[in-house]
Design a protein around this ligand. Sequence first.
Ligand code: GRF
Length: 321
Amino acid sequence: MAEKARIAVLISGAGTNMAALVYASRIGACPYEVVLVASNDPAAPGLALAAAEGIATFACPHKGMSREAHDAAMEAAVLAAGADHIVLAGYMRILSDGFVERWAGRMLNIHPSLLPLYKGLDTHARALAAGDAFAGTSVHLVTPELDAGEVLAQVRVPIVAGDTPESLAERVKLAEHQLYPRAVAEYVGRWRDPAALLARLRTLALALPETDERESHGSPGFRVGGEKGGKFFAYFADQHHGTPHIALLVRTGSMDELMNLVESQREIYFKPAYHGASGWVGIILNRPGVDWDEVAEWLERSWRSAAPKRLTRLMDIADTF
Ligand code: GRF
């Protein structure tokens, strides 16, 4: 079993979601551990609970600090704890863009509504005022725009006659305590799961024109150009030849380019056995925070260098404008 993801949980209040995350992490083969609970409020009840559970805690009141300085203090604590993901659980602070961008793909939040409905505050009162039949909760990735990142999981909670924002909030929390640990476990586990990585890669590769998938030496490969004269432009390699990497192999422009990538960004690129000799680069996928847009660009570039002229001609013309 691969080592566990290390999550830092940021709270401002009761911390019941944090508690749910902690207890779930102690049952069976949970793919994450909570290495830090941090708060902007030293009196947050959740901090005491975390401390009693033997988890490192950190508090930094935000009063009198700029947003950036406060975020930097929180981030320093997160890094000192060796966390690789940040999980927001009732953390009542707007985060600065820089902080959010540095943790893109590695920062999650839970929001008490069925997003995209009711971003921001007073979600339950708004759901009641609208006469909705259901309230609910959503786990989403954090992006600079408030409550707008990709939704990873949701659960609905029926609204019943006589509900108040408080009674509804209480029931929604019961649902949150089930949802959040599962969604976090699934998300942090995803980047180590070869099937999930291949599925994501396959979607991108087969979205390119005239592609198909064909096995090559026991690995999934992707070709362009049709049944007969098809040429490989990508391979999926799952821990080949003694490497720990689950990787995408694509064509680079030259051996120089390959070596530059490998030397300047060892955490992302490596020179694969066999294909490396012909200038193919390995892009490591089993690491947190993979930039999938960049993966898509690599696929397209590699596709282009393998595709027949009749397919690339139009793109080349478009590029000259
Ligand atoms: C939760 O309802 C969560 O959705 C929202 O803040 C609340 C935190 O509650 N973001 P708790 O501190 O986890 O009890």
